[in-house]
Write a protein that binds this ligand. Structure first.
Ligand code: BGC
Length: 898
């Protein structure tokens, strides 16, 4: 009996001791380092700076944090495999950081591929295996590596698309081939008649006098061991007159190299694209197609009626910079419905929603038949397209048939904002498939999802997403259709958060921040739009977007470098605004809280300036906001003097605004309207004695307008957020779910699929875009307050964040997610009577501060267990209406009573 017992004890001990061991082994297998990115891109080629490295962790475990990492970067795959980090061997670094890692001492050379891998340790002490290898390849690191300059045929072929041509005669077997290329305004590269890559409308816009983006292509697969023809049609795009700069670099099997500079592409001619402009559209004459253009070899008899010789030009003067933003691509194709034949032979197609892109055409008919496609957002009563609100943009493509059977065509260098296409001149009634809609935009990944029990909110969300998606064209444009399409910084101030929840802007915003910075002059002024093609200098002081681009890139993506690089510029802008103050009040404003509902406009038939909300109040509020943002960012990069200096400036401005705009009698700011009071509360202008009065006034004003807003592009954001945070989420909910004018529901009720520029339904020759993101800040309110996902600036890159959903209105459930640099965050809740179920997903290597709606920790369970028994959860506080928990990674299901 004793022996038996003894054996049992030994057995038990064995089991006990072996469990941790097995567990540890399991962990080793489970923890994986994945999703390696260099400057937020997987295996990029052509980068011309030291990239920031990032990765994610994957494991099935809860409560996982990274305690250390080890990175090896090597100049060849063999070295990497052998663990020889000749570029960098970090050794084991005790840190949870997994984004924004780089070192200035990595010695990178041009045209070199670098391989890297990562190993990570987790809190239990065990390590992952090495990750799969990743790489990044450099482009041309110095300007001197561009062996030739820009070429163009400046005086000739006015308005025409110019086709540049060159030939490569390989002298050996080709081992590697790269093309470094930029053509302004827009270009495409064809090798042996085949288009290289799937970028469209390249290069990304920039201030061409400062920088021009080039793209690096691996062209090896396009080349033959025979004469190869290169044809590069270049359209005027945003530049106006075509220019080309190209360098093709071939490495042969014997390791000799050959470089074709722009010099080898001087033969230039015109072709079937007679002209193509962004606003007016493209004109293509298929009778002018000339297969000879694509034949290898120098065209005979150069400088004749057909061919000219491109000359060197000294513009654009900007430096060549590798294009690191997602290119514009065709992201979706739609077969439209054939809606109407408003007059004989005129057909109107409906894409089903407003969007940006163009249409392709399939047709058969006689040579010389001219087809036109006219694009518009709305229809006249008779069903024909209404282009009046496009101002002077003609938005019309034309195609002339060559008569050689079935012809298919689509434009290359223009795009339109439209829902309807009117096709005229067809030889016979078309089939629906004869027109295909091509949706084109900067190919950013959608990062957020949102759904709720209220279909109206879901439709608003979709409308916001459609609008944002229509306005990503290498800059965040204001609209895609009329003669504008500019990156307006005033709109962007309230758009950034919406956009960053819906799409992955880790590369797009740093690029755009550079665009803004490129407009800055010696006085620190920036311009109303970037690149500067419209509006004023200095920009409206509401352009806090300059700072927010950096602040949000840091907060969402852990990108500290943008703060380091742009700090002095942002500071110069804030100093400039400060130099424009009198007694602490900024002395100018152009737009302020732009485009409130018509009754609140200075001139109901004029521009969008508010009648009541003083522009200088808004301008000064933004100076206060920016001074604080700058101080916070100074802290991140250790600029201690600036931390104090801009906090002090903020304090000064705060006193000035309160002195100038606080009204003791009314208990509100400036006009005591929704805009002024919500902005004041958002900024934290009132102290505890003033704040309750301001909130009361704000709520009363909303009620006075029967739960409608009276705000414009900026303060609409603050209105919803402030009401929600001040305990009036049901008031905010009523505003958001209105269906009568002015509201998002009113837009939907009037057939909108994208947001309007005005709260009114307007058509005609005036400012009334139907695809304008500036009123879309409700889009971030869904994520921030209904799902409750909020990042933490002090723990950037979602190292820590909070989840705090507000259970509001008649909502029964809400669910959604956000794909972050650490992985997917999930937030969902559902209520049944007083019972609430909340499900959340927290990515590895993050911690969430979770606010579970409920009264007491005793009423809350996780996975049907008491909270106190779950080791990944610690209780922080029982607050009003919420129990606040600190939760490690993993999936959780909470139940509570509310
Ligand atoms: C743009 C708006 C911008 C406004 C400022 C308009 O033309 O479309 O988005 O807010 O100008 O004046």
């Amino acid at each position: 009996m004793r022996r038996k017992n003894c054996r049992f004890t030994v057995y038990l001990l064995l089991v006990l001791f072996s469990i941790p061991h097995v567990y540890a082994e399991e962990q080793i297998q489970q923890l994986k380092v994945i999703d390696l990115k260099a400057d937020y891109e997987k295996d990029p080629i052509g980068i011309d700076f030291i990239p920031q490295l990032s990765w994610r962790l994957e494991s099935g475990q809860r409560g996982l944090t990274q305690t250390a990492y080890h990175i090896i970067i090597a100049s060849s795959l063999e070295k990497l495999d052998a663990g020889n980090g000749d570029i960098w061997d970090s050794g084991k670094i005790n840190s949870s950081q997994s984004t924004g890692i780089y070192h200035d001492n990595w010695k990178l050379k041009s045209r070199q591929r670098y391989y890297w891998k990562v190993k990570a340790w987790q809190n239990e002490g065990t390590a992952s295996d090495w990750s799969e290898p990743a790489f990044f390849e450099t482009g041309l690191l110095g300007q001197e590596e561009w062996l030739s300059g820009w070429i163009g045929y400046v005086p000739g072929m006015p308005g025409r698309v110019q086709y540049f041509k060159g030939t490569l005669y390989p002298r050996e077997k080709i081992k590697q081939a790269r093309a470094y290329i930029s053509g302004l305004g827009y270009y495409e590269l064809y090798i042996n008649r085949k288009k290289v890559g799937n970028n469209v409308l390249d290069p990304a816009q920039s201030s061409y006098g400062t920088r021009v983006y080039y793209v690096t292509y691996d062209i090896a697969d396009y080349l033959l061991q025979a004469p190869n023809s290169f044809v590069i049609p270049v359209a005027q795009g945003w530049l106006g007159s075509p220019r080309l700069r190209i360098q093709v670099e071939i490495t042969y099997q014997d390791d000799t190299t050959e470089i074709l500079t722009s010099d080898r592409f001087r033969s230039v001619t015109t072709g079937p694209i007679k002209y193509s402009t962004i606003f007016d559209g493209e004109h293509y004459d298929a009778r002018l197609e000339n297969p000879q253009i694509y034949e290898p070899g120098v065209p005979p008899g150069l400088m004749n009626q057909e061919w000219a010789w491109a000359h060197n030009t000294d513009d654009p003067a900007g430096k060549m910079v590798s294009q690191r933003v997602e290119p514009i691509r065709i992201v979706e194709e739609i077969t439209p419905t054939l809606l109407k034949e408003p007059a004989p032979g005129i057909y109107v197609f409906d894409a089903g929603r407003n969007l940006a892109g163009w249409a392709s055409l399939r047709v058969k008919g006689d040579a010389g038949t001219k087809i036109s496609l006219r694009f518009a957002e709305t229809l006249h009563e008779n069903g024909s397209v209404n282009q009046e609100n496009l101002r002077n943009a003609k938005a019309t493509d034309t195609y002339i048939l060559n008569g050689k059977g079935v012809e298919t065509w689509e434009p290359a260098y223009t795009y339109h904002g439209f829902r309807y296409v009117q096709v005229e001149g067809l030889p016979s009634k078309p089939l629906e498939e004869d027109i295909r809609i091509k949706v084109a935009r900067s190919d950013l990944k959608q990062s957020g999802k949102f759904k709720s029990s209220n279909p109206l909110l879901n439709d608003i969300h979709q409308m916001v997403v459609n609008t944002e998606a229509s306005n990503l064209h290498s800059v965040p444009t204001d609209c895609p259709q009329r003669d504008e399409r500019m990156g307006w910084l005033n709109d962007l101030t309230v758009r950034i958060e919406q956009a960053i929840y819906n799409f992955d802007h880790s590369r797009f915003y740093p690029k755009y921040l550079q665009d803004v910075s490129d407009t800055q002059d010696a006085h620190g002024t920036i311009t109303c739009v970037a690149p500067f093609r419209f509006g004023m200098r200095p920009a409206d002081p509401v352009s806090a977007s300059y700072l927010l681009l950096a602040q949000k890139s840091y907060e969402f993506y852990g990108n500290k470098r943008v703060i380091e690089e742009h700090f002095d510029g942002m500071k110069a802008w804030v100093d400039y605004l400060n130099s424009r103050t009198n007694n602490g009040i900024v002395d100018y404003s152009y737009y302020g809280d732009w485009c409130p509902p018509r009754d609140f406009l200075m001139d109901p038939n004029g521009s969008g300036v508010s009648r009541d909300t003083p522009g200088q109040f808004i301008s000064t509020g933004y100076l206060y906001y920016c001074a604080n943002l700058l101080s916070d960012m100074a802290k991140v990069i250790g600029r201690e003097t600036d931390v104090t200096r801009y906090k002090a400036l903020a304090k000064e401005i705060l006193l000035a605004i309160n002195r100038e705009y606080w009204n003791e009698q009314t208990g509100g700011y400036a006009a005591n309207n929704q805009a002024c009071n919500s902005f004041a509360l958002y900024l934290g202008l009132p102290d505890e004695t003033k704040a309750p009065r301001v909130i009361k006034n704000l709520v009363e004003d909303v009620k006075k307008h029967d739960y409608h807003l009276t705000t414009g592009n900026l303060c609409t954001k603050y209105l919803l957020e402030v009401l929600t945070e001040q305990g009036h989420h049901d008031v905010a909910y009523k505003i958001a779910t209105q269906t009568t004018y002015p509201s998002w529901g009113f837009m939907l009720a009037n057939g909108a699929t994208t947001l309007w520029e005005r709260w009114e339904y307007l058509t005609g020759d005036a400012m009334n875009s139907h695809n304008h993101p500036m009123m879309g800040s409700v889009g971030s309110w869904f994520y921030k307050y209904i799902l409750g996902i909020i990042p933490d600036f002090n723990h950037p890159g979602f190292a820590q964040f909070s989840i705090k959903p507000y259970i509001m209105g008649d909502l029964q459930f809400a669910e959604g997610e956000l794909d972050t640099v650490k992985g997917k965050i999930k937030s969902a809740w559902r209520r049944q009577g007083n019972n609430l179920t909340m499900e959340i997903g927290i990515p590895e290597n993050t911690t969430a501060i979770v606010h579970v709606p409920g009264k007491s920790v005793r009423d809350i369970t996780e996975g049907d267990r008491k909270i106190s028994t779950v080791k990944e959860i610690s209780v922080l506080e029982e607050a009003k209406d919420y129990v606040i928990l600190k939760v490690g990674s993993g999936n959780y299901q909470f139940k509570s009573s509310i």
